[in-house]
Design a protein around this ligand. Sequence first.
Ligand code: EPU
Length: 339
Amino acid sequence: MDIRKEYSLKAHNTFGIDAQADWFIPYKSIEELQLLARDEYFQECRHLLLGEGSNMLFLTNFHGIVLHSQITTLETYEEDEVHLTLLVGSGVHWDDLVAYTCARGLGGLECLSLIPGQVGAAAVQNIGAYGAEISQRVVSVHTVHRRTGELRHFAPEECDYAYRHSFFKTAEGADYIVTHVLLRLDKQPELQLDYADLKARVAARSAAPSPEDVRQEVIAIRRSKLPDPAELGNAGSFFMNPIVPPARLTELQETYPDIPHYPAPEGQVKLSAGWLIDRCGLKGFVLGHAGVYPRQALVLTNVDGEATGQDIARLAQHVQQQVQECFGIELQPEVRYIS
Ligand code: EPU
C-alpha cells in the first residue's frame, strides 16, 4: 500500500484548496481494507473517505486518515432480456461509467453525465440531475466495515436514500467503506426527460433519441452553465434546493409570481436556490478569493486559485445571510464542510 504522510489534498478536491492530510491511504481491494481494519492505530484514528473531492470543502488541514478508493474494476454481474447489471468499483471515475453505458445503448445514467467524482461517492451522495438520481439504479452498495473488516451489502432501502442523502452520510454509515456498487441498466431504454429544456434539445437533435443523444445534450447544458473544476475551482451546486411547505410558496408568489418551483415528496415544494441567490443580486459577487459564479448563482468558486476553505465558507455565509434577509429561507450547504 502506498501510504503517504502529511499529504497535500490540493489535487484531491475540486475547489483546489491546499489542505493537508496527516495520512493519505489509497486502497485497491477489499483485502487491503481488511488489512487496515486489523491495525489498532487505524481503528482509533479519525478517517475521511475521499473520492475526487468534488463535494468537499476543507476548512483546515485534516488531522486523521484520508482513504481514497482505487478499485477500478467494471464487470457484468447479471444479464437478461431487459436489464444489464454492472458491478462497478468505487474508484471508477463516474463519467467514464456513464460514457461506457451510453456508448453501449444502455439506459439509466444518461441524465447524470459529466457529474464529477467517483462511483462510490456518487452512491453515497445520491447524485442527481435532470430528474434522475443514482438511487433509482442502485441494486446494492458493497462495503467493508472500517473497524471489523466485515463485508456488508446494502439493499437500496437500507441505504435510506433521499435528495442528496444516504445512510452513508450519517455518523454510523461513515464507518462502512464503499468498495463496489451494483447498478441496473436498461437494455431497451425508455428515456426519462422530465426537464423541459433538456427534452426540447434532445427532440431537436433526433427523432428517435438514444441515451447517447441525451448524454451529449446534458454535457452541452452543463458546460454552458457550470465551470470546469480543472479551470476554476468549484464543487458544483454549493447549496441544496430548499424544500418548503406549499403555504410558504403561496406567500412568496405574492411578491415573486415567477418564482421557480417543483414538486417534492410528501406534498412539499422545492425552490431553486440558484434563483433565490440570483434575485438577491449576488451573481458575480466576489468576497476575497471566493466568488459567486456569474452564469449559475448556485456555484461558488475559487476565483484566483488562492482561496482557502475559510474564504469559501465566508462567502457561503454571506450568501446564506442575504437569502435569509430577502426571502426568510435558510439555505443548507450541499457541500460537506471538513475540519
Ligand atoms: N436560476 C436562476 N439563476 C441562477 C441559477 C438558476 O434564475 O443563477 C433558475 C433557473 O433559471 C431555473 C432554476 O433556477 O429556473 C433551476 O436552475 P438549474 O436548472 O440550473 O438547476 P439547479 O436547481 O440550480 C439542480 C442541481 C444540479 C443539477 C441541475 C440540473 C441541486 C442542488 N442542484 O441545480 O446539480 O445539475 O439541477 O438537474 O439539486 C450539483 O448537485 O452539484 C449539481 C450541479
